[in-house]
Design a protein around this ligand. Structure first.
Ligand code: ADP
Ligand code: NA
Length: 329
């Protein structure tokens, strides 16, 4: 079986983009892969986090993943900082990656904006640590959203340069598993920005723990344009907000955008938004309830993470120790 590695930052609760771009896919991959799922708290730290909140969100995120269907007995679920191999391989990779490569990363440019000088060095070398996360497990398949495509290419460049520099064939080539369809879910307030946990506006996203009322309100207030919905996909051109809502409906109901438009096209957004809220509530409601139930027993969640960390370590410790030997440590 191929080994899958994937990570999610424990900053806030997962949002709909995480669910459709990553988590839902993770649940399915469990059927025919060996999966390692990591709460990447070291990545979260690239932007200042309140210490108590970071600890709390790590448990919240764990609860949410379990509620969504991650199985920690057949697969591995742990937090990154509990396994020192990430930091050690991350350093080796910082010495392999070229500044020119990092300078091309669009996520850093997006996150840092014009105020580049004032961001942490960690945010800048984030893709190098991400490469280490994956390569530490010799994982070959990485399910991520479309927003991570460039980082995965860099992870391959780093792995291949390491192999070349040390004359070995040690790190395998990684293949991204990007779900078709809802590859990138956009903000509900601005159809040109991706939906993200780190967006300061809570109205911009659906959180996986939102109540039915919150979901209905956010969808009702989601930005749209005054035109009715088109009957065909071509009519979504230049209408990013409409395109995004249709894509969300399609992904949540396992239909194509064309099928959704065949049903709702020609009408205003009112009835469509009502139906969209219903689909979201039906799918996310049970996950939110189960998350709340699991959060009543933090000790149980901690025990799952602790067990996951020791099983993760058993896999990556020998790999990273060998990488250290290869460089001359
Ligand atoms: P966030 O930007 O919400 O903090 P993370 O960086 O923790 O998300 O990403 C976790 C996973 O969710 C990654 O696989 C990422 O590709 C996916 N993801 C995040 N946002 C989106 C989105 N808007 N659409 C699709 N996938 C997404
Ligand atoms: Na992100």
């Amino acid at each position: 079986m191929q080994r899958v590695f994937s990570g999610i930052q424990p900053t806030g609760v997962p949002q709909l983009g995480n669910y459709l771009g990553a988590i839902r896919n993770w649940v399915t991959l469990q059927n025919d892969h060996d999966c390692v799922f990591c709460l990447v708290d070291m990545h979260a730290l690239t932007v200042w986090q309140d210490p108590a909140a970071l600890r709390e969100q790590t448990l919240g995120q764990t609860a949410c993943l379990l509620a969504a269907g991650i199985d920690p007995t057949r697969h591995i679920l742990y937090n990154q900082s509990a396994v020192s191999a990430h930091a050690r391989l991350g350093w080796l990779f910082n010495c392999v990656v070229r500044l020119g490569w990092l300078n091309r990363m669009t996520q850093f440019k997006d996150k840092a904006g014009k105020d580049r000088e004032n961001h942490s060095a960690g945010l800048y070398v984030y893709p190098s640590l991400m490469a280490a996360d994956i390569h530490a497990f010799h994982a070959t398949r990485v399910p991520v959203g479309d927003d991570q495509r460039q980082h995965l290419e860099l992870a391959n460049d780093i792995g291949q340069k390491f192999n070349h520099d040390y004359g070995v064939d040690f790190f395998p080539v990684i293949e991204p598993l990007i779900p078709p369809g809802a590859a990138r879910i956009m903000s509900l307030r601005d159809g040109t920005k991706k939906m993200s946990k780190s967006d300061p506006s809570a109205q911009s996203r659906i959180d996986m723990t939102d109540t039915p009322d919150e979901i209905a309100l956010k969808i009702r207030r989601a930005k749209t344009d005054p035109e009715p919905l088109p009957s065909e996909e071509a009519g979504l051109a230049g209408r990013p907000e409409a395109r995004n809502l249709v894509a969300i409906y399609a992904a949540m109901s396992d239909e194509t955008s064309a099928q959704v438009l065949a049903r709702f096209g020609g009408e205003g957004f009112g009835p469509f938004k009502k139906a969209l809220a219903e689909v979201l509530v039906a799918k996310l409601g049970p996950v939110a309830d189960e998350t709340r139930r699991l959060l009543r027993d933090p000790g149980h969640l901690q025990a799952i993470l602790c067990d996951g960390a020791s099983r993760a370590e058993a896999i990556c410790e020998p790999i990273v120790t060998e990488a250290e030997r290869l460089v001359g440590f």
